[in-house]
Design a protein around this ligand. Structure first.
Ligand code: SER
Length: 881
């Protein structure tokens, strides 16, 4: 039996023998595409080739195994995962590609040869689907595909499929086309004899499932919904790796293959529970099995995301990852009885199983486990809070004799504490209550409507002014002649602006942490301001408030040079910082994010404790040394990937690199980088760290300044110092003088405290002497100048001196503020049923204040100092002695 790793290799090797180049998986987390957060199909990384905006070069046939995540957007499997045995969040997609080379017949023949001749699947178990056509889209049935399949399978194994199943689209817009799916019937011979496989295709039968989708990319779906033919025909195939392995290993469930079993075994070991291999149909499914599948699946998604540089967070992709992790924690909490973080303990086994194929896992194992544990801990705390809240809600229900929790309460738990309805229902059920599910749905709808109203960006279609591709000239120029190729209108919360693509541009689009350029487009008749530049599909997108009047004019594109120089210097400084951190802290330091603007820089990196002041100073010294050495920018554009690695250039996990990369060197610092840099390190001027902090478990952040910003910061620092020195009579030995002041200050504080204690003691003696007896109660009454804390000490001391039959009321004044303190001995509370807290609430009205406390002692502050005497008398009156 082939192992999973062998299957992956055999696929790549087969297509290699058919002239395909083996290429690497792109990162699973997508960084520079506003339309997609995660790779959801193998074709994502080839989107610009498919759309015709990038030349595929000589490698028009390619093959790979792509890490994918389907949890948001058009292709979203999240809620299915765990409940059946063949859906996943993260999965691997085996793909072969033809960019304008072979088309339907070639793709069908190769697929057949691989499945039947190489993997020896039984042709009788294979069914294929073809697109039945769609009159409203004006598309006819894919007779061609049917004809080519006819060479391999009998007619009753070819099934028509509708637009939902057989017309593949990447998202709401983008490349698309009819597709043919291959389904495998893996039921027993008896089952097959009862119902023919063709009747179960696409019917959610867990044993008759799709393994391979072959898309004939022919169209581009535009924002207005229309289809436009693509410049060339493309073959995009996607085979579900986990499903294929399951077929080949003769298992009923993906989770029974060697991809998942080691993880499940470890879950069993850690929980002491058993995975019973329920088949994922509702009859035999147990919650424990579901929970184990959820955890095994989500572990992979979360670990691979962190390895790709995407940490769980509250926004966008980070939030999706957080939700996946929380879903796993929830299932483990409820059904595996895990009340403490435990998923992170599964990281070693995952690394052992997948580390060879994906080196980003072992390289970052410690970071992955730390981040996971921190997230688990924090969500478990939230769960606890939510459960307390729910307990409170249930107590309320009980008090009012009700049995149903209302929808708004259930929704609040969902919204604030991440409790999905089923968890709330489960806890309520265990306690004999039900939940108003309909009310919950209504609240959910209301929230969705609110979100829809806040919907942010609407992109229009690109209007083509001139055919052609953009060339980026910004590494060499800050001004360049250009023309507009295309533009589109964008509406964001009622604001409208336009995005332009130019044929030549010196404008750098925001990427790799470096902000986009700003500047102007100048023609003979007008000047248009470029307020920002973004990056999309490897192109600079220039943002302008208004379209130029003459869209076809010759323009000069001019970058704002001051800003550009600032961000270039800061970007170069991050490279030097990265180098210095590795020198000082060690090779485990790996860049985890950065932000570089004209004014400041921020650099996030993996490191497991606080960087000490000494280490920071060492880092600063190394960077400043490199600045003084004035290393020139040594740039290698279009370096083949392997050559760049051989140069020792630092690549980042989770970044997408093409076959050719740009390498940027400054002396000993050497990195893969597409950013804009200073011409030499000397241009940075000076480097100063202004902050070191933690971003997440195992990730630190350094904030720093360079050049002019540094200069200004130093002036500001000096000004402060000058001002402070002036306060101390321009003392030469400022440190010594301030030290002495602090010493004196501390000594005076002690004296004052002593003096205050003596005063309190003296006052106590005096007041105790002046005590008045009223109906056998010892009443102490006084109005005095005194700090609130001293007044508190005083009443406690009086109680010590007169522990019985005591009513003590002190009105004190300090800094023009009145304060009322009431103290009762215990027998007064019990015997006379007096309550200091209640009395003070009433009396404090006279000083326009409020307060309260316990039955025997209470304090209240107020605003009206003139009412203090009356307030003191009021307390005595209320005691009604
Ligand atoms: N793009 C198709 C899919 O994802 C085939 O790779 O199913």
């Amino acid at each position: 039996m082939m192992t999973a790793n062998e299957v992956r290799e055999s696929y790549k090797k087969f297509f290699e023998t058919k002239g395909h180049k083996i290429v690497a998986s792109a990162p699973m987390v997508i960084k520079d595409d506003p339309t997609l957060m995660f790779t959801n199909a193998g074709m994502n990384q080839w989107k610009d080739i498919i759309l015709g905006t990038k030349d595929p070069g000589k490698d028009v046939r390619r093959v790979d195994s792509q890490k994918c995540l389907r949890v948001s957007g058009k292709h979203n499997d999240l809620e299915e995962v765990g409940h059946d045995t063949y859906h996943h969040t993260m999965f691997e997609m085996l793909g072969n590609w033809s960019f304008g080379d072979y088309f339907k017949e070639g793709a069908i023949d190769y697929a057949w040869e691989y499945l039947v001749d190489v993997l020896h699947l039984n042709p009788e178990d294979l069914y294929v689907t073809v697109f039945e056509g769609s009159p409203e889209e004006n598309l006819s049935r894919d007779d061609e595909a049917a004809r080519f399949w006819g060479k391999h399978v009998p007619a009753d194994h070819i099934i028509n499929g509708n637009k939902h199943d057989n017309f593949w689209e990447m998202g709401d817009t983008g490349p698309c086309g009819p597709c043919s799916e291959i389904h495998v019937d893996s039921r027993t011979p008896e089952e097959k004899a009862q119902v023919p496989g063709r009747e179960l295709v696409n019917k959610d039968n867990p044993q008759v499932i799709e393994i391979w989708n072959i898309v004939f990319m022919q169209y581009n779906r535009k924002a207005d919904g229309s289809l436009e033919p693509l410049p060339m025909h493309v073959i995009d195939t996607g085979m579900g790796f986990e499903r294929l392995v399951r077929m080949l290993q003769g298992k009923h469930s993906n989770y029974d293959t060697d991809i998942f079993q080691p993880i499940i075994k470890e879950i069993e070991r850690l929980t002491g529970l058993k995975y019973e291999d329920a088949h994922g149909d509702s009859r035999t499914q147990t919650n424990i099995d579901v929970a184990m599948r959820v955890v095994a699946d989500h572990l992979r998604a979360v670990a691979f995301s962190i390895a790709d540089g995407q940490l769980p967070s509250n926004a966008k992709a980070g939030y999706v990852i957080r939700r996946i992790l929380r879903r796993a924690v929830r299932y483990a909490y409820t059904f595996l009885n895990r009340k403490e973080a435990f998923m992170y303990k599964l990281v070693p086994v995952l690394v052992q199983e997948m580390g060879a194929a994906y080196p980003e896992l072992p390289a970052q194992q410690e970071l992955i486990a730390r981040v996971m544990k921190e997230e688990e801990d924090s969500f478990l705390r939230t769960l606890d809070k939510g459960i307390n809240l729910l307990n409170g809600d249930m107590d309320e229900l009980k008090a009012h004799g009700k049995t149903e929790l209302d929808g708004a309460a259930a929704f609040r738990l969902f919204d604030t504490y991440g409790f999905p309805l089923d968890l709330t229902e489960l806890i309520c059920r265990e306690n004999g209550y039900t939940v108003d599910g309909k009310g919950f749905d209504e609240e959910m709808e209301k929230q969705k409507a609110r979100a829809r109203n806040a919907a942010v960006v609407e992109n229009g279609d690109w209007e083509v002014v001139k055919e052609g591709e953009q060339e980026f000239v910004g590494y060499d120029y800050t001004e360049y002649e250009c023309h507009i190729l295309r533009y589109r209108k964008v509406t964001q919360k009622k604001n409208t602006f336009f995005e332009l693509v130019l044929d030549h541009t010196p404008f750098y689009g925001e990427m790799g942490g470096q902000v986009g350029d700003t500047g102007v487009l100048v023609s003979a008749d007008e000047t248009v301001e470029v307020i920002d530049t973004k990056r999309e599909n490897n192109q600079s997108i220039h943002i302008v408030k208004q379209l130029p009047k003459d869209i076809r004019a010759d323009f000069m594109a001019c970058v704002d040079i001051d800003k550009r120089d600032g961000s270039a210097a800061n970007h170069t400084a991050t490279h030097l910082l990265d180098y210095a951190l590795k020198q000082v802290l060690g090779d485990h330091v790996e860049q985890k994010g950065s932000y570089v603007s004209a004014d400041t820089l921020r650099f996030d990196f993996s490191h497991f404790q606080k960087v000490t002041d000494e280490e920071l100073r060492q880092v600063e010294r190394i960077v400043n040394d490199m600045i003084r050495q004035d290393f020139p920018l040594d740039e290698h554009r279009d370096t083949p990937l392997e050559e760049a690695k051989a140069l020792g250039a630092i690549a980042l996990f989770g970044e997408k690199y093409g076959d050719k990369v740009r390498v940027v060197r400054f002396g000993p610092s050497c990195e893969f980088c597409g950013g804009i840099h200073a011409k030499s390190t000397g241009r940075i001027g000076f480097f100063k760290i202004i902050g070191e902090s933690s971003v997440a478990a195992g990730i630190r952040r350094i904030e720093a300044l360079t050049g002019k910003a540094c200069e200004e910061a130093i002036y500001a620092l000096q000004d402060t110092l000058t001002d402070v020195r002036a306060l101390f009579n321009n003392a030469k030995d400022l440190k010594g003088v301030v030290g002495k002041y602090i010493e004196e200050h501390d000594a005076m504080k002690k004296d004052i405290e002593k003096f205050r204690a003596q005063t309190v003691e003296r006052l106590k003696d005096e007041l105790v002497k002046r005590v008045k007896l009223m109906n056998g109660v010892q009443v102490v009454r006084a109005v005095i100048e005194m700090e609130p804390s001293a007044a508190k000490d005083l009443v406690f001391k009086i109680r010590e001196a007169l522990p019985e039959n005591l009513l003590c009321v002190i009105g004190s004044k300090a800094h023009e503020k009145p304060m009322l303190s009431v103290m009762l001995s215990d027998d007064m509370v019990k015997g006379h049923s007096l309550n200091a807290g209640q009395m003070i609430r009433e009396a404090a009205k006279l000083i326009q204040g409020g307060g309260g406390g316990q039955p025997h002692y209470a304090q209240a502050g107020g605003k009206n100092i003139d009412g203090l005497n009356a307030a003191v008398d009021k307390v005595i009156e209320l005691a009604a002695l």
